[in-house]
Design a protein around this ligand. Structure first.
Ligand SMILES: Cc1cc2nc3c(=O)[nH]c(=O)nc-3n(C[C@H](O)[C@H](O)[C@H](O)COP(=O)(O)O)c2cc1C
Length: 384
């Protein structure tokens, strides 16, 4: 089999964007952007992954352009980047150009931390955090959040007003317009892990009875769908990728959709709004999503929507994200299984996170059949 015939190296075109292969760098926060401006090493970091053959780079989460006169903010503490302001936009332009020169494609991941943002921290410490129903989430979930954070975040706060919700949607659209202007090839939306769009989807954090809430996932899909529509209106034909997950930062065991039908309601609403690619964020890419079927979450997303989907979680590694900050995680070559699933039409794209931090040349190792590197959390201390 030639390289182009291998499922993972087949090109894929979505709208007007062609990917040279199926390997996607998963979005990963690197906390190297003091004042919201990506530091200089970030440009070389992204470019290096493109030079070594990654098909699509999804950037680290980038805080959207919120607050406004109505207040709040998208990010909390931690040197995370923004997508507004001349200095940040100039650095993103440089990053995008570097990736393009290396033959790569890059989408920014638009991020509003919402309920998870620590109150009164980040670029706008004057504000509490945005919550659909004033709730952080249920107490006692399976989480790694430290107790002092929980003590601060568990007490209920004032729910977002209708005006505030409309204001955040406009902030997503403004940041998408900025992304288009600096040359990004598409838009990725962080709609997973309990952050703001996900907190509208999840019944534990959305108890609203107005147009932004409801008893069904279909009704609670509205906020996400309106974000997608507002972004589509700004970016024309650029592909829109949407990350969703069952698991939440508040509870790794949480389930957003109890059945495939419910998942279909959510993803259908988002697809109708303009999503082109679904990124099914799981901790283990190969785990079955629902009882009674071996299909993975990415597999269900593809089956239910007919759109290209991405699988992610433990590709190239023995263990999952949650367990990986304590010590070294061994490498494993599960690419043959991944390729068999692509060939069978289960999913289309392969999200690779920690393996691509450990080894910028991971895609070349796949091509050459060389052993992968393990992941050690100490590599997170610097960006290279
Ligand atoms: C250091 C680090 C930072 C991350 N930051 C983000 C983020 O900003 N946005 C996001 O959607 N996921 C984030 N993730 C999750 C990854 O995108 C990915 O889904 C997860 O690491 C599983 O893939 P892996 O097993 O290949 O590492 C992060 C993961 C790591 C290790």
């Amino acid at each position: 089999m030639t390289i182009q015939e291998r499922p993972i190296f087949r090109p894929l075109t979505v709208r007007n964007v062609s990917l040279r292969n199926r390997i996607v760098m998963a979005p990963m926060t690197r906390t190297a952007s003091p004042g919201g401006i990506p530091s200089e090493p970030m440009a070389a970091y992204y470019r290096r992954r493109a030079e070594h053959g990654v098909g699509l780079i999804v950037s680290e989460g980038i805080g959207i352009d919120h607050p406004t006169a109505l207040g709040v903010g998208s990010l909390g503490e931690g040197n995370m980047p923004e997508l507004h302001g001349d200095a940040a936009l100039a650095r993103w332009r440089e990053i995008v150009e570097g990736v393009h020169q290396a033959g790569g494609v890059i989408f920014p991941q638009l991020w509003h931390q919402g309920v998870i943002r620590t109150h009164n921290t980040g670029p706008h410490p004057e504000y509490m955090s945005s919550r659909p129903s004033g709730l952080w989430g249920p107490q006692g979930g399976y989480t790694t959040a430290p107790q002092p954070y929980l003590d601060q975040m568990l007490p209920p706060t004032t729910p977002m007003t209708d005006e505030e919700i409309v204001d955040v949607i406009a902030a997503f659209a403004r940041s998408a317009a900025n992304a288009r202007d600096v040359g990004f090839d598409g838009i990725a939306i962080h709609g997973a892990h309990g952050y703001l769009p996900d907190s509208f989807f999840w019944h534990e954090t959305n108890r609203r009875e107005d147009r932004w809430g409801g008893r069904t996932l279909k009704e609670r899909a509205r906020f996400g769908a309106e974000v997608v529509k507002a972004i589509r209106a700004e970016v024309g034909d650029l592909p829109i990728m949407f990350r969703f997950s069952q698991w939440k930062t508040q509870d790794y065991d949480a389930r957003l959709a109890q059945t495939p039908d419910e998942l279909g309601d959510l993803l259908g609403a988002l697809a109708d709004a303009g999503v082109d690619i679904f990124d099914a964020s799981t901790r283990y890419y190969h785990h079955p999503a629902f009882e009674g079927s071996p299909l993975t979450l990415a597999g269900w997303a593809r089956k239910l929507t007919g759109l290209p989907t991405m699988a992610v979680g433990g590709i190239g590694l023995q263990n999952e994200l949650k367990n990986s900050f304590a010590g070294e995680v061994d490498a494993v070559n599960n690419v043959p299984d991944v390729e068999a699933r692509i060939a069978a039409g289960e999913f289309d794209l392969v999200g690779v996170g920690r393996s691509l931090i450990s080894d910028p040349a991971w895609a070349e190792k796949v091509q050459a059949g060389e052993p992968f590197l393990p992941f050690h959390p100490r590599v997170l201390a610097s960006v290279d």
